[in-house]
Design a protein around this ligand. Structure first.
Ligand code: GLC
Length: 558
């Protein structure tokens, strides 16, 4: 496998709106991020992905972009962005922005011009069709945020346009070479400013099954999940190869795709040595237990399911490339609330989950606050939710016959707002995030769970993450932890998640994923204890006697 500049780094996702507010308006901003660069360096991260900071009406929190060449005044100015890129670079950190090009905002100039003249050149930037009241829609696909994918084109009652997400996010027509050229120009404009690369949003959706057609309905709304169409669509690779050749490859930029529903045979094209992306996120654990019919029918994954999904993902890409490993992001509940059973969210259990994920082969991505063990917010009321997806899922649950209380409970477990509550810097009012009123309510546990309470405290979740990052970067074990193969160990032993990273050396990662002690047979004699989430480790020649939720990282004879 070809070595790449980013392989040995740790990446970190910032959700700017909720990270650090420098001007007291309750909204995080770029100057806030700049003020925390030394913190990020202390933690050890070297790639920072910023969720969107472009001008946006915020129908979907910035994933609806109205100008690809600007910075939303809520977040700051282009000068702030340039300063962030430069100051990050001084600290050895590459800044990666979000690339949202499946769709733009309905307030983007392209869409406004398309509305003015649907038959003109900008009409061809979107999927616009003639339609008259009473006729069937061109297809019955359900948008990700609920309802049909079609909406009346403003000013044209006899025309409709396609949107895979919110109606304020019209899909861009990638079949049009002029549109593609505009996008590549914009990407290169940003790379010229010194960006390290991009995280590429919702990208598999850019290729539509054309001509549009119906699929059998999968709910009683008569619609069908859009994923059904993706499974039948060919040709996304051609667009993405072209995009990479025209942009990222010219700069040796880092790119990580938000890729769902990919076909296994396409993996080498996506993340192989000459793949069109550097890496793609592993969502296989996130998908566990999720029911397409709605969050209210979904179940939380068990430790066994988690382990099997992680090992399957590792095996699937083993010789091909690097996955980006996560336990959470801005679209998911907090990992510790999702993958650890309720009542078991001790620091030890949080470190176990974090360590097991972090040391898998691939690029580790932390999401802001993960390094503190931040949890889902509890006690949500309906009015406190901001996220469009959550509000839609609440309606889905009500329509399925749940009471308002049941529906609220169901969506509270899955809401994307759980990960979007402000970063918990300290115990002051506003959690050190803001001196004003935060745009989304804080998690009330910030008074105990915050950075100030953990920084420099031996045994804290934060210090554990720092050790993980340092270990993966160390001269002695870095090579093995970055490039070594992942070999599951005793994969059939219940609630044990253990694997070897075998390279120059052999490192065993052993986690007792349960609240009971458990013995584990060693694959080879112990050499050295590298990391432990508890104070002691009980081992004899052949066995590790793991305490509840214990995670041990040890070198064994290779
Ligand atoms: C991606 C983003 C998500 C957004 C969606 C539409 O899934 O991560 O936050 O809502 O794309 O852009």
């Amino acid at each position: 496998m070809q070595r790449k500049w980013w392989h040995g780094k740790t990446a970190y996702q910032i959700y700017p709106k909720s990270f650090c507010d420098s001007n007291g308006d309750g909204i995080g901003d770029l100057r806030g991020v700049i003020s925390k660069l030394d913190y990020l360096r202390e933690l050890g991260v070297e790639i920072v992905w910023l969720s969107p900071v472009y001008p946006s009406p915020m129908a979907d929190q910035g994933y609806d972009i109205s100008d690809y060449y600007g910075i939303d005044p809520r977040f700051g100015t282009m000068d702030d962005m340039d300063e962030l890129i430069a100051k990050a670079r001084e600290r050895g950190i590459s800044i990666v922005m979000d690339l949202v090009v499946n769709h733009c905002s309905d307030e983007h100039e392209w869409f406004r011009r398309a509305c003015e003249d649907p038959d003109g050149p900008y009409g061809q930037f979107f999927y616009i069709r003639d339609w008259h009241e009473g006729e069937p829609l061109p297809c019955n696909w359900r948008s990700y945020f609920g309802g049909p994918c079609w909406e009346t084109l403003p000013g044209h009652p006899d025309k409709i346009y396609f949107h895979a997400f919110h109606k304020k996010q019209p899909d861009l027509n990638w079949e049009n070479p002029k549109l593609r050229r505009e996008i590549y120009k914009m990407i290169n404009w940003w790379l010229d400013r010194g960006l390290g690369g991009f995280r590429i949003d919702a990208i598999i959706n850019i290729k539509k099954l054309l001509p549009f057609r119906d699929f059998p309905a999968d709910r009683d709304d008569g619609l069908c999940a859009i994923q059904r169409m993706l499974a039948e669509t060919e040709g996304v690779n051609v667009f993405l190869r072209e995009m990479a050749d025209e942009t990222f490859c010219l700069y040796d930029a880092f790119s990580v795709g938000e890729v769902f529903n990919e076909k296994t045979e396409d993996l080498p094209l996506i993340i192989g040595d000459d793949g069109y992306f550097s890496s793609m996120f592993d969502f296989s654990e996130h998908l566990l237990g999720l029911d397409r019919r709605g969050w209210h029918l979904s179940h939380l994954p068990t430790a066994e399911e988690y382990k099997q999904a992680a090992f399957a993902a590792q095996a699937r890409v083993a010789d091909i490339g690097f996955l980006s490993n996560i336990i959470e992001n801005h679209d998911e509940p907090r990992g510790v609330s999702h993958y650890l059973p309720q009542g078991e969210r001790s620091d030890a259990a949080k470190k176990l989950l974090g360590g097991l994920n972090f040391l898998l082969r691939g690029l580790p991505f932390l999401y802001q606050g993960q390094e503190l063990g931040m949890e889902n917010r509890t006690g949500w009321t309906l009015g406190e939710f901001d996220d469009v997806n959550t509000l839609d899922q609440y309606e889905v649950a009500l329509r399925a016959g749940l009471t308002p209380e049941q529906a609220l409970r169901a969506v509270s477990l899955y809401s994307r707002d759980n990960a979007r509550t402000p970063f918990q810097w300290d115990a002051s009012p506003g959690a050190g995030f803001t001196t004003g009123t935060p745009w989304l309510p804080l998690n009330p546990n910030y008074r105990e769970l915050n950075l100030a309470a953990q920084r420099g405290r031996e045994g804290s979740v934060y210090e554990f993450y720092r050790s993980l990052i340092a270990l993966r970067k160390s001269g002695e074990y870095g090579e093995t932890l970055v490039y070594g193969e992942t070999v599951p160990w005793l994969a059939e032993q219940r609630n044990l998640m253990a694997y070897l990273r075998r390279g120059e050396r052999t490192v065993l990662v052993a986690g007792n994923f349960q609240g009971e002690p458990q013995d584990m047979r060693l694959p080879a004699p112990l050499r050295k204890l590298l990391l432990n989430n508890l104070e002691t480790l009980d081992a004899d020649g052949e066995t590790l006697h793991l305490a509840p939720w214990q995670l041990a990282v040890v070198e064994v004879e290779g």
